[in-house]
Structure formats: C-alpha cells, structure tokens
Design a protein around this ligand. Structure first.
Ligand code: NAD
Length: 376
C-alpha cells in the first residue's frame, strides 16, 4: 500500500529563514505580494522587517493586518475584498496559526469566490488559490505545512474544518528567531498543540510509515524542550527545537490526521472562546486515558520518543508514565481546568449534546484509536 504525501514546494528551515522571502518569491516567479498578518506582528516590527527585506530586492508589498485570533467568517471578508481589489500575485502569511489560516481562506475565496461553508470538510479543496509563502511565528499549529484551515462560523459557533491540497502553502519559511518574543502562556499553549499533533498523528488510524517518522521526530524535539522554552523564552536551543518540532508535527498530521482531542477541542473552543492550543491541552490527558486501551503499543512508543519511558519498560509501565507526564506537563505549564478558565459548568453541560454532534461530524474522532459514540 502506498500513501500520498503532500508538502509545500519549498521549505526554508533555520535561523534567518524569514530573510529569504525575496529569494523564495523569485524562485516562484512572484513579484507582487500582499502580507497577511495581525497587529501584533506589526507592533513587533516583523511585518516591517519583511517589507524592508522585499524592498531591498525592489519588490513592492502591502500589509493587511486585520486578521483576528481564531479567525471567523466575517473576519476574513475584508481580506478577501482586499485581494480582489488589488493586483497581488502572491500572499505572505506572517504570524501564528490564525493569520496563516486566514491567509489560506482569503487566498481561495479571493480567487474562486463562494463562502467558507462551501469549502467545508468533507469537500476536498483542489482548486489553487493565490500562492502562499507561510512564515510562522508560533511553534504550534504547523499550519505552514498543512492542507488545512479552520474558520469559525460565528453565527453557529462552529469551527469549520476545511481541507485539501488547495490550502497547502507553496513555501514555508521556518525561522525560530520569530518565536523568541512569544510570552510564556502562548509558548505553553501552542507547544502543547504541537505535541498533540505529533501524538494524534502517531496513534491515528490514518498513520503511515512516513507520518510516523515525522511524528516521532517531532515528539523527540518537542517533549524535552517545551518546559525549557516556557521557563526561559530566550533559550534559543529550545526555541529552535520547538519550531522544527512543530513543523514536523504539522507534516505528520497533515499526512495522517488528528483525532479525538482535536475533534472535541474545536467545539469547546468555538463555544467558550478557548484558544486552540489551550483547549487541546485541557483535553490531552483525559482523552489519552480514554483512547489508550485501543492502542497501548503506539502510546508506549510515544512515551519512549518523549523520553519519559525507557526501552526496557513494559507497554503498561510506559503507558502509565505517559499519562503521568501529560498531567505533570499541564501542572507545570499552568494549564487551567475549564472551570478555572471561567467556563460555567451548567452552560457546558447544556451545550454538550451540540458539541458532541459537532465533534463527531468533523470526522477527526473517526481516526482515533478508540472511536467514541455520541454518549461517550
Ligand atoms: P494565534 O495565531 O491565534 O496567536 C495567538 C496570539 O499570539 C496572538 O495574539 C498573536 O498575535 C500572538 N503571537 C503570535 N506570534 C507571536 C510572537 N512571535 N510573539 C508574540 N506574540 C505572538 O495562535 P496559534 O495557536 O498559532 O494559532 C491558532 C489558530 O490556528 C486557531 O484558529 C486554530 O484553529 C488554528 N490551527 C490551524 C491548524 C492548521 O493546520 N491549519 C492546526 C492547528 C490549529
């Protein structure tokens, strides 16, 4: 059996990779980019730095900075209008998963029209949008290398999963220098998101030899460096490992799948406005405990790759160590419980049937080693 692997055409990885934007655009034959980003990237001077870099190569660019965290259908409309009214031949997506996902949606809607709901899973989007050069500034989503975008329909509080080769950036410039400014809370949430991608890709029913190798490498990089980056944001070695680990985890899940944590995390995120990485972090230990009996050997491999179990440990011991580690990680990284985050218990239970339906409809739980029923 063979597996189709989908990747960006160019990946530039390592310190200073983001300075290669002009060369990458030149090799793609693009001359007129729109930078899609958020206001934080403007404040930090990252957008200006990219523009200066481009102007040194006589490439004129504009900036659209009105993307929002956890993008919504209405938040991307101004970007779609901007692309339609301009003469842009490419998009530079600069920021965390939110600006990159916004750029993916804008690139498709700007060129092919329609509404975001028209592109929702299970439709596989094969149309090419404007080419995207993605420059991530969080070590979390891996969106720079995935054929996925997630846009919330705010009228129904639904995080819509949209998939297909049409959403894959043509280039990913993976530069850990841009993550040095991340505050510890965002470092933790996005880092657990990346770790979740790697674990879910590895235990997924769609896992394959290629995705396994990327997922295990990602776990080896992420697990020992997440605490380091959280406690000392200036630790360049840890930041570099986190950035590469996040990209590899993105490659892994985009070519396998995510599973139950992500399936449940999206409705909770949409209903209670919990940032994506944080809702994953809240769920990872208990969903792992639920899923573990269906794939004990796979979870034991995860424990070993993360460095929390030894090769000589039995599967049971390794599984036990993995669960302990996931709880300990949440404690050390001060991941709040849903109640501490401010989610009202009664409202949560009232919304549970709808959230469960949305989770199952997204398709991700079907890839979980243990497939839940709506009652589960
Ligand atoms: P984000 O992009 O929403 O950013 C979170 C906050 O961090 C923002 O305020 C942002 O301005 C700030 N920030 C980003 N980089 C910074 C830096 N270097 N220094 C200081 N501040 C910085 O967070 P995220 O977790 O990267 O992205 C979440 C979004 O990605 C969600 O919408 C989620 O659904 C989506 N997602 C997409 C995929 C995919 O494959 N497409 C995968 C997972 C998650």
């Amino acid at each position: 059996m063979s597996n189709q692997i989908i990747l960006p055409r160019i990946m530039q990885v390592g310190e200073g990779a983001s300075n290669e934007v002009p060369n990458v655009l030149a090799s793609l034959g693009c001359k007129r980019p729109l930078i899609i980003t958020d206001n934080m990237m403007v404040e930090l001077g990252y957008a200006a730095r990219i523009q200066e870099c481009l102007s040194r190569h006589q490439i004129a660019s504009d900036v659209f900075a009105d993307t929002v965290p956890e993008p919504t259908v209405s938040s991307i409309q101004a970007g779609v209008d901007r692309v339609r009214d301009g003469d842009y031949d490419s998009i530079i997506a600069l920021g965390g998963g939110s600006p990159i996902d916004s750029a993916k949606a804008i690139a498709i809607l700007g060129k092919h029209g329609g509404t975001m709901r028209d592109y929702k899973f299970p439709r596989m989007v094969i149309e090419a949008g404007l080419p995207i050069v993605a420059v991530p500034t969080t070590a979390g989503t891996g969106s720079e290398v995935t054929r996925v975008t997630i846009i919330t329909d705010e009228t129904t509080d639904e995080k819509m999963l949209c998939m297909g080769i049409g959403f894959m950036p043509v280039a990913a410039l993976v530069d850990y220098n841009l993550t040095l400014s991340l505050p510890s809370r965002i470092t933790a949430d996005t880092g657990i998101d990346a770790l979740t991608h790697a674990i879910e890709a590895y235990v997924s029913k769609k896992a394959n030899l290629y995705s396994d190798s990327q997922a295990l490498s990602a776990m080896r990089l992420l697990a020992p460096n997440l605490r380091r980056a959280y406690h000392d944001g200036a630790d360049k070695e840890a930041r570099e490992a986190m950035m590469l680990g996040s990209t590899l985890a993105g490659v892994a899940f985009s070519n396998a799948s995510v599973a139950l944590v992500h399936g449940m995390s999206r409705p909770i995120g949409a209903a209670f406005h919990v940032p994506h990485g944080l809702s994953n972090a809240m769920l990872l230990p208990s969903v792992t405990q639920y899923s573990l009996p269906a794939a004990p050997k796979r979870y034991a491999d995860c424990a070993r790759a993360m460095g929390v179990a030894d090769v000589q440990d039995s599967v049971e011991v390794a599984n036990d160590k993995l669960l302990k580690e996931l709880h300990a990680l949440n404690d050390e990284l001060q991941v709040p419980t849903p109640a501490r985050f401010g989610i009202d218990r009664q409202t949560f239970f009232d919304l549970m049937p709808t959230m469960a339906e949305q989770a199952l409809a997204s398709g991700s739980p079907n890839n979980n080693p243990r497939v839940p029923s709506i009652d589960d």
